[in-house]
Design a protein around this ligand. Structure first.
Ligand code: FAD
Length: 469
């Protein structure tokens, strides 16, 4: 018989959902074991997602900001990129954060186990080390992985998913990005800034499917000169190794060249939950048709001792949603009143400009025939945007038509990801446009665009002309 160790709580997966859950549970006095197959805690987000991509995006922005210096009469010479040093800087950031997590595990007396685990039954996990772990409760937080459709599977070092692209092995002369979602655009922006000729292919008729079109437009306008080409309503039909490149067949009404060769291809067409091969059939846990684990508002599965959080438990697959769910699950296990009832889960596309939104989008409001008013403040009228020479932005509020309650906010522009924080608070606290208009925002800052967007509803926005009735 293999060894069996008991824990109050086993958290499976040490990403932003899992480690946040483990830490809160330990703070509440539970005996916690955190199991992850990876060498270090942090999950996708820390090792091959949010953090390394944002570090590279920062480096890319240094390059494009330096280029923008020309309009201020400041001329830099062409940047020389030392790839090894750039990689080392990114790795240093990730390693420091991973070390901090290890220290936090130690100080909180969370037992960290490096192992791949599968369920043996509703109360037991089997580790690849041969041992067994029993639990009173388990939180599954094992995340998601990149999806590669069968037609795009190619056994070649030149065909990369996001993890491969983040390795930054070289700066290819030409790069094809398959998928115009946030991961494709963020990484495409990085490679374009570093010097690759980047082509993006998106199957639907617009970049960032699902995001309001007026928020996407300013980004697309800025990406068009940076990228070699953006093909919309276009499908990649076939990939094949061709000498020192990859030959790509494109299908789309507006594609003139149906065949092209690229040095590297990045496939960023989506992610799928890691629910396969976990032995869930030995428990009562149920999956939906996409492979996400079905959970209730406490993040409890159909098996009452087992909870699921983060990417494995459904969209949106974002780190902050995983963390919040982890805390809700632990509170529920501790017997506290808890529910995942967020009105506004913010989302940020970290390109330049950034796009950020939370709550109800205008697209959703129109689709669901929700009675809304939309207030817009174009950054052309913002003093702060003028000082940054970044007037392409837009701040808009989606308001309940009757009460003026803020149901959603969308922002495109420099630093939109930081600005969305105030908007999340407004949606969660049921603030009205009147409330936002009565807040004194510091001048000159881009936060004023939230106040002036609200004032636009009442015809009191200082920098917008009132429409005479
Ligand atoms: P994960 O972070 O995926 O962690 C799961 C862990 O489970 C992993 O460490 C894995 O090793 C472990 N595991 C899996 N199976 C087993 C098993 N059987 N046994 C033991 N361990 C196992 N989100 C944002 O919010 N902001 C961003 O800017 C952002 N940028 C991103 C950029 C990229 C390129 C990518 C790929 C993702 C990005 N994301 C971003 C998404 C974010 O990374 C995920 O939403 C987040 O990591 C999900 O957290 P999680 O805790 O659910 O799982």
């Amino acid at each position: 018989m293999p060894d069996v160790t008991e824990s109050d709580l086993i958290v499976l997966g040490a990403g932003p959902g899992g480690y946040a859950a483990a830490f809160l549970a330990a703070d509440k006095g539970m005996k916690v074991t955190l199991i992850d197959a990876a060498e270090k805690p942090g999950g996708t987000c820390l090792h091959v997602g949010c953090i390394p991509s944002k570090a590279l995006l920062h480096a890319a922005k240094l390059i494009t900001d330096a280029r923008d210096g020309e309009q201020w009469g400041i001329h830099f010479t062409k940047p020389k990129v030392d790839l090894a040093a750039l990689r080392a800087q990114g790795n240093k950031i990730v390693d420091t954060l991973a070390k901090n997590l290890l220290e936090l595990c130690k100080r909180r007396k969370v037992e960290l186990v490096k192992a791949r685990a599968v369920f043996a039954d509703s109360q037991t996990l089997e580790l690849d080390s041969g041992s067994r772990r029993r639990f009173k409760h388990c939180i599954i937080a094992i995340g998601s992985s990149p999806t590669i459709p069968a037609a795009l599977k190619l056994d070649s070092l030149r065909a990369m998913d996001s993890t491969g692209a983040l390795r930054l092995e070289e700066i290819p002369a030409t790069l094809l990005v398959v998928g115009g979602g946030y991961i494709g655009l963020e990484l495409g922006y990085v490679y374009a800034a570093l010097g690759s000729k980047v082509t993006v292919v998106e199957m639907t008729d617009g970049l960032l499917p699902g995001v309001d079109r007026d928020l996407v437009r300013p980004l697309q306008n800025r990406l068009e000169p940076l990228f070699q080409k953006i093909h919309l309503s276009t499908k990649v039909a076939k990939l094949a190794e061709a000498g020192k490149g990859i030959r790509v067949n494109l299908e789309g009404a507006e594609v003139t060249e149906k065949e092209a060769t690229f040095d590297r291809v990045l496939i960023a067409v989506g992610r799928r939950p890691n629910s396969g091969g976990l032995g869930l059939e030995k428990t009562k846990v149920q999956l939906d048709e996409k492979g996400f684990i079905k959970v209730n508002e406490q993040r409890r599965t159909a098996d009452e001792r087992i909870f699921a959080i983060g990417d494995i438990a459904g969209e949106p697959m974002l780190a902050h949603k995983a963390t919040h769910e982890g805390k809700v699950a632990v509170e529920a296990i501790a017997g506290e009143p808890a529910a995942f009832d967020a009105r506004a889960i913010p989302a940020v596309v970290f390109t330049d400009p950034e796009i950020a939104w939370c709550g109800l989008t205008e697209t959703e409001a129109r689709r669901d025939k929700h009675e809304v008013k939309v207030a817009r403040f174009p950054w052309l009228a913002s003093g702060r945007a003028a000082t940054l020479a970044r007037t392409e932005g837009l701040t808009k509020l989606v308001l309940d038509a009757e009460s003026d309650r803020v149901l959603g906010v969308g922002i495109v522009g420099a630093g939109a990801g930081e600005l969305i924080g105030e908007a999340v608070l407004a949606v969660e606290m049921s603030a009205s446009a009147r409330d936002l208009s009565l807040i004194i925002h510091p001048h000159p800052t881009l936060t004023e665009t939230l106040g002036e967007a609200a004032e636009a509803i009442y015809g009191t926005a200082t920098h917008l002309l009132r429409v005479r009735k």
